[in-house]
Write a protein that binds this ligand. Sequence first.
Ligand SMILES: [Ca+2]
Ligand SMILES: [Ca+2]
Ligand SMILES: [Ca+2]
Ligand SMILES: [Ca+2]
Length: 476
Amino acid sequence: MMQSSQNRMGGVSPQISTLAMYMLALPGLALVATGCGGSACSGSERGSAEGDQENEPSTTTDLKANAAEDSAKSPGASPADLPMGLLLAYSQFEIKDGKPTAKPKAARLEMLHRSGGQWSSEVLEDADSNVFHKAMVLSSPQGSPGLLTLGGSKAAVKLWARANGKWSAKTLWTESFGGRFDRMRDAELGDVLGRGTPQIVVGTHDQGVVATLEHSAGTWTVTELDRTPNTFIHEIELGDLDGDGKQEIYATPSEPNRLDAKAQSGQVVRYVPASQRGTAKKTAIRTVVADLGNRHAKEIFVGDVDGDKKDELYVVVEGRTEKSESGARRVVEPVEIRRYEADTDPKQGAVIATIEGDSMMRFLTAGDVDGDKKRELVAASFSQGLWLLRPGSNASGEWGKELIDRESGGFEHASLLTDLDQDGTDELYVASDQHGELRRYTWTSGRSRREVIHKRDIPRAMMTWNIMPVPAALVK
Ligand SMILES: [Ca+2]
Ligand SMILES: [Ca+2]
Ligand SMILES: [Ca+2]
Ligand SMILES: [Ca+2]
């Protein structure tokens, strides 16, 4: 049984505004989403239980022993107790006559953890904003970990801490950028400035602002690395492609989102902060690393997936659709995943996978699903399901591609490979917003198993924007 408690923060009513923009895209596009077409489904086994009732509460804290015992009962089943939980960032919408409207409610965060064989969640809402795009753990400079949230409309970066059972926030950065939309859209943590402690690197809508937030002497200093009118930054990634031991910043500027998806031009750019080069002349040196022409990317991943000890950049290039005379929209150029190394020509990214029939893909996550110490990528497309991608001997050639689950989808389709039970193998967590379910996938003997771990009655009452791991002790 789910337990939940609720804290409502802030005092400003949510405005009907920017989320309508997101929602506008939904009704028409949702028609494209297809269910599992019988034989078209993957061969995955289906775990049927919500939560997992098979496992008795544990009496020992030896998680590895628990995991082994549990998996002997049912391979891949969730252990009764998990040392890590999940942070789920949402927007939510008012319900009228049992149906979701386009009117956004307060930004919502759910903190999910599992103990005694039960998944439990706690809800935190912030009426200052109408969406949390992401929430993640940030260890404060004083050492105590808190929860960092990225809010949209109003744009706010907040750090939450719990005292005497109540969550409260300190606003690290809020700004009206001067355009039509104000959103903190994505952030990553890393020591990009070479200070010895991590900074927060943030991407925003709609004035193309990319900024670092640096803590020193009790205050947070915001430094803008870039600003371009009428520009959305969809994602930030950090990594060291050039192998000098210092992380660069990668961001995805594009024209504002369009509903017709005919063409939306974008790039992936790299910022090397001046402090990495020992110059104070400019805040950062900006380079275009992927030139996507009349297409754009909302999702990128930077990391070493192929195991050569060097990071590379993966860019999910959104597809293009066109309307036929009958008014039906069809995909003329499907989603592609392109790979870039440090010296790849910006126009010559290597296509490692194509997702036929889809024009949108907003999540790419890396991890080791089978415990062979080699990493895979999981790609979550809007309407064509979840895909497992494995590099071959040539990491810039076409990768192995395997359907995990056709019956999984959503506008964002937030997904995360992470090892909550800490047994050395990653599980896959996916928010299938089309079904209003959070699902967990594990692999046994090459086959995936699906288990629903959290669900809501009205799927479209919420959109899941991000999933991140969190130590369970922080959210219990
Ligand atoms: Ca570097
Ligand atoms: Ca690599
Ligand atoms: Ca693997
Ligand atoms: Ca695991």
